[in-house]
Design a protein around this ligand. Structure first.
Ligand SMILES: Nc1ncnc2c1ncn2[C@@H]1O[C@H](COP(=O)(O)OP(=O)(O)O)[C@@H](O)[C@H]1O
Ligand SMILES: [Mg+2]
Length: 359
């Protein structure tokens, strides 16, 4: 009896020592935090990251050194953990160091409860992701700069190529001009979508809604699709007889981009028949874009609105694209209190139903 008791004691002590060492020497910040946010125990990695010495940090709370913009989210999640709604959480947040630098961290928090389920303390793991964040930011800035600065010259090339292709020149010049026009239009569209994606990623996408007859945006997008079809020597008929006056509350630039993408897709992957109809009911404006092509392959439907996703058929086909279009479309609509759903179209192919608040 005494023998096994001692063995148990030894095993326990050894485990405690092991935990202690793991905590102290972890390469990432680790801490035990009181329920009120006071640091109870912190490891070397955390002290180094935050530039404090132990005595200083233990006299503070995590709230004291959290960036004000990240505090509410952190406290909210903490509250949910205490209330038992969740058992742990993860978030990206910023801390201020002793010298006033801002560090980005990936924070994981778990609540330790006692035998009667009463909350005891939190265990936090804090990974410094500052350099990763900086790299991502630099890449985003670079992409935005590139897309922005290339858009104007690419539009100029597309415009002049179009002029050339419709001018009184011989067939060879006309055919070359058309190829330049097609290629440069693809570049303009890609850049447009890249810029919008960047503004979504950086959280700068804001809608400036006005009361607007959606037929304006539909008309512009239909014209763009018709001229793209001509340029690609492709048959395309767009039925707009089902357009009724429909005034929605939406950002005009956003709606045009949505319609250009949807009608552009109908031209690229569907057709030759495309139909656009509008409806107003229940204080909502609905726009339905249908085509009579093969439709979206059923197994691809769950990924349809994901970024960079294209169906196998599209990737191996002749139509170029980035797979950003529908991802952007959905985000633009969300920013305008709108929705989009895919359905099998009455026309036989793909159907995209957009819903927006009526003005
Ligand atoms: N009208 C449609 N008919 C069939 N498939 C479509 C249609 N619209 C979109 N898709 C599929 O969804 C994918 C994603 O579309 P999108 O996000 O606009 O990207 P992209 O046009 O650049 O490929 C397309 O590559 C295609 O596989
Ligand atoms: Mg597209």
């Amino acid at each position: 009896m005494e023998q096994s008791d001692r063995a148990y004691q030894r095993a326990l002590r050894e485990q405690l020592a092991r935990n202690e060492l793991t905590f102290a020497h972890a390469p990432i910040g680790q801490a035990i935090v009181e329920l009120d946010g006071t640091w109870r125990q912190v490891n070397g990695a955390l002290l180094q990251m935050l530039e404090y010495d132990e005595v200083e940090l233990l006299a503070m709370t995590f709230q004291d050194i959290t960036h004000p913009e990240d505090l509410d989210l952190d406290l909210g999640l903490l509250q949910q953990t205490l209330a038992g709604e969740i058992t742990s959480y993860q978030m990206e947040k910023r801390y201020f160091t002793r010298t006033g630098r801002t560090v980005w961290a990936l924070l994981s928090v778990a609540l330790v409860r006692g035998l009667d389920d009463e909350p005891l303390y939190f265990i936090s793991q804090i990974l410094d992701i500052t350099s990763h964040k900086k790299q991502v930011q630099a890449l985003q800035d670079f992409t935005a700069m590139l897309a922005h600065d290339l858009r104007t010259p690419a539009s100029v090339i597309a415009g002049f190529a179009q002029l050339l292709s419709t001018g009184p020149y011989d067939d060879e010049v006309t055919s070359i001009a058309r190829r330049i026009e097609r290629a440069s239009t693809t570049i303009v569209d890609l850049l447009e979508n890249a810029l919008t994606t960047e503004s979504i990623d950086s959280g700068r996408l804001t809608a400036r809604p006005t009361a607007l007859d959606v037929r304006d945006a539909v008309g512009t997008a239909v014209q763009a699709a018709l001229s793209a079809a001509e340029m690609n020597e492709q048959e395309l008929e767009v039925d707009t007889s089902g357009l009724v006056p429909a005034v929605a509350w939406v950002d005009p630039v956003h709606l045009e981009q949505v319609m250009t993408n949807l009608i552009g897709n109908a031209r690229k992957y569907g057709g030759p028949h495309v139909r656009v109809t509008t409806q107003v009911h229940d204080r909502r404006v609905e726009i339905l874009v249908e085509d009579d092509g093969p439709g979206v392959p059923p197994r691809f439907v769950p990924q349809l609105f994901e970024r960079y996703s294209r169906a196998q058929e599209a990737r191996t086909g002749s139509q170029r694209g980035s797979g950003l279009g529908l991802y952007i479309v959905r985000d633009l609509l969300t920013a305008n209190n709108g929705t989009i759903d895919y359905e099998k179209a009455a026309l036989g192919g793909a159907g995209f139903r957009v819903s927006l608040p009526a003005a």
